[in-house]
Write a protein that binds this ligand. Structure first.
Ligand SMILES: O=C(O)CCC(=O)C(=O)O
Length: 255
């Protein structure tokens, strides 16, 4: 299929349902190199990272590592992946314009030691006006209903931001107060993914994930966040929230 047609189909799917699925977005050597880079990063970089960018289900137990923030700040390969090349190009296509690369995250749900991801809209965390941003989620493992695949509520991006409250979940501090509605249940889709598959969702799309209920299957992924240049960030409120949250997590011994 010609690239232009493929791009317009991806954009249509994204605009219509609030998410797009790009199977085998990375494959072969590209995928192998990225997975290898992640493995080395976990050994070499994580011990040097500040507490507010490294989350464990149980602090002090390395086998429960659940989330890393801003990999691009600690590794030039990850900086390149976030700021140039296919991920950014896809973000520009889906956002129909220029984007600002914001964050490259790592997610893991270790078997037997993970918690569900609460239902949320990324836009609630981002504090943007207009709320125009995309998150891309790249599977590093085979991820299905058993080990906690991502679940989207189709077309939920069309009805604006919904109320959130503190969730008590480290790394996903806010969750929807009114979830699930009947429509949420009717429109929910569970997306299984193979390594290299990419899911992209609008910042208003409701999504969540179960815990990893398998006994030994890993469940790892990378998240790439881009804001549209049309969006204005409430940087003061965002910084204040992040600082207050980090202080609270430190005071309660969670990070
Ligand atoms: O991996 C997950 O469970 C959720 C990821 C997520 O919420 C996101 O990338 O916005």
């Amino acid at each position: 299929m010609r690239a232009e047609l493929r791009h317009s189909e991806q954009r249509d799917e994204f605009q219509d349902q609030g998410f797009a699925i790009l199977r085998a977005f990375l494959k072969g050597q590209q995928l192998a190199e990225l997975r290898d880079r992640v493995s080395r990063f976990l050994i070499e970089a994580v011990p040097q990272m500040p507490d507010e960018h490294v989350f464990y289900e149980t602090k002090g137990d390395a086998s429960t590592l659940k989330q890393l923030q801003h990999l691009e700040l600690y590794d030039s390969d990850f900086h390149r992946h976030l700021t140039t090349g296919p991920f950014r190009e896809l973000a520009e296509n889906l956002m129909s314009g220029d984007v600002v690369p914001k964050n490259l995250q790592y997610f893991s749900k270790p078997p037997g030691k993970s918690r569900p991801t609460p239902a949320h809209q990324d836009g609630y965390y981002f504090m943007l006006n207009p709320c125009e941003a995309v998150t891309m989620w790249l599977a590093l493992d085979t991820i299905d209903e058993e080990n906690g695949c991502v679940r989207y509520v189709r077309a939920s991006h069309r009805t604006g931001l919904r109320p959130h409250q503190r969730s008590g979940v480290l790394g996903f501090s806010q969750g929807l107060t009114d979830f699930p509605t009947q429509t949420d249940r009717q429109q929910e889709v569970a997306i299984s993914a193979d390594p290299g598959d990419l899911l992209a969702h609008n910042a208003l799309t409701v999504h969540y994930a179960d815990a990893n209920h398998s006994t030994r299957r890993p469940r790892r992924s990378l998240g790439f966040i881009y804001y549209s240049t049309r969006a204005r960030e409430d940087t003061t409120a965002h910084k204040a929230y992040q600082e207050a949250l980090a202080a609270e997590l430190k005071a309660t011994g969670k990070i």
